[in-house]
Design a protein around this ligand. Sequence first.
Ligand SMILES: Cc1ncc(COP(=O)(O)O)c(C=O)c1O
Length: 455
Amino acid sequence: MAQIAHNPDARPDYKSTLDLGAVLPQTAEVKGGHLWIGGVDTVTLAREFGTALYVMDEEHIRTQLRNYLEWTRYHWKDVDVVYAGKAFISIAMCKLVEEEGCYLDVSSGGELAVAQAAGFPASRILAHGNNKTLRELVEAIDAGVGRIVVDSLEELARINGLALERGLRQPILIRVTPGVVADTHQYIQTGSEDSKFGFGLRDGLALAAIQEALALPGVELKGLHMHIGSQIFALHSYAKAIEVIVHFMDEIREKTGFTVSELDTGGGLGIAYGVPDEPSTIKEFGKVIVDDIKEHCEQHALPVPRILVEPGRSIVANAGVSLYIVGTIKAIPNIRTYVAVDGGMTDNIRPALYGAHYEPIIANKADQPRDTVVTIAGKHCESGDVLVVDTPLQAAEVGDTLCIFATGAYCQTMSSNYNKQVRPGVVFVRDGRARLVVRRESYDDLLRCEVSECL
Ligand SMILES: Cc1ncc(COP(=O)(O)O)c(C=O)c1O
């Protein structure tokens, strides 16, 4: 990454923790000057479990799952909520998703293995991926996953062959790209025609895949899947995609006689990473998805299918925070002050990858105003290893516990061992209790795959 741009307009905002509103986990409180989540003092958690550390508000996660169930089923009874494990997956998370009566989307053999270790019912799992390996397909079919979401003709043929060898018919959905460009970062747009995912509607590719699937005895076509992108604020992108896909459902019926009985509209609802962010609510999302599908089906005289929604980020992002200890503070006159913490791009790659923005506070000064401007740097050997650039923050001192909000999604799951950094642990907090659900790695973990006999 090139030099970090200087922002001469950066100013303190004098906000303290509770002014950060929707960015916070739902149970966040300030007591005795400290940030508490789930009835637990985060400063104590950092000391007890070590930093960097991910802390997740279990009540927040459960509430989000329940909100999705409530506000989609409010409009149509036949809806299921499929939590997208890529946002954050662990055995504890899978158990929580199961307890809340939701389904699970896995996008690799590894995610499937975690779900299986959690005893997650295979019939409630959807297997994703634009290039599932043969081994991953075998594992998914042998596990008995409820649906494989098919992404290519090669994969369709492989699933058919594997299913026939086993004397079964594998239920599938066909992933289509509706050609709608979601209003989000281009790295997380997936529904446009130029996409490595799914089959495009233009040029008849999706229709050809449907015809092929209907002709194969080893697959049982249930319906369609789409996912137009992630961190989407404007619901009109969904409305447009639904219009296009229901029109395609009509075309399928007309040209093949097949009636789509399931439609998975993917995930993508945005969340508040920063104070000014105002994402749509789950209630608004549920209304647009379900009402628009119903309306367009009615126009085309199609039966309303079973609907699946696949949220990830909006379930876990705001539930999670990252805790660090401030190790060094470097003031460069007339340029910026770097506050360096004991983590960085290895536990949160999103700022370096997409320029993602986060809100930080000092957890042991949570009741104080953010009256300075600093840049929060990681500890890794890249000058782009910066977590938040020119951000308001309470006056930092070495030894402070720094908290970055909204890191529950796509941080732990995208973490790495760059610089042989050990990956942080994950703690779930609820009702005054903290439980370690993923332990912090050790140096032994770093050496686990080394083959010392090679010497
Ligand atoms: C197929 C699919 N479904 C669901 C999701 C979850 O999206 P989000 O976390 O934005 O809700 C993704 C994310 O990329 C995805 O690729």
